[in-house]
Write a protein of this length. Structure first.
Length: 114
């Protein structure tokens, strides 16, 4: 299983970015997929998850601003990030669990300027 994240960049506070994670193979075998983020100053934080049943859950810090979605036709996992704040600055990674085994993509850097 290979995951390839993209879409990071520099954006001003209040702006939006859309992250995409390209996944090898069909998404139907990916039981749980999600995004987490990490900075040198903070512990790794799980941002959002999506299950095969389209159940989504979000960290309190991003709830109401971020939307996670799965595109089964394109085999991608998306993260729409709105009303971005400087504290959202981090390297964002996608993660997927297949048959109980976690797989990680490389990160994409999101920088929010104030």
């Amino acid at each position: 299983v290979q995951l390839q994240a993209s879409g990071g960049g520099l954006v001003q506070e209040g702006g939006s970015l859309r992250l995409s994670c390209a996944v090898s193979g069909s998404l139907f075998s990916h039981e749980v997929m999600g995004w987490y983020r990490q900075t040198p100053e903070k512990e790794r934080e799980l941002v959002a998850i999506s299950t095969l049943g389209n159940f989504a859950n979000y960290a309190a810090a991003v709830k109401g601003r971020f939307i996670i979605s799965r595109d089964d036709d394109e085999n991608t996992l998306e993260l729409q990030m709105n009303r971005l704040k400087p504290e959202d600055t981090a390297v964002y990674y996608c993660i997927s669990i297949v048959d109980g085994t976690p797989y990680f993509g490389q990160g994409t850097l999101v920088t929010v300027s104030s």
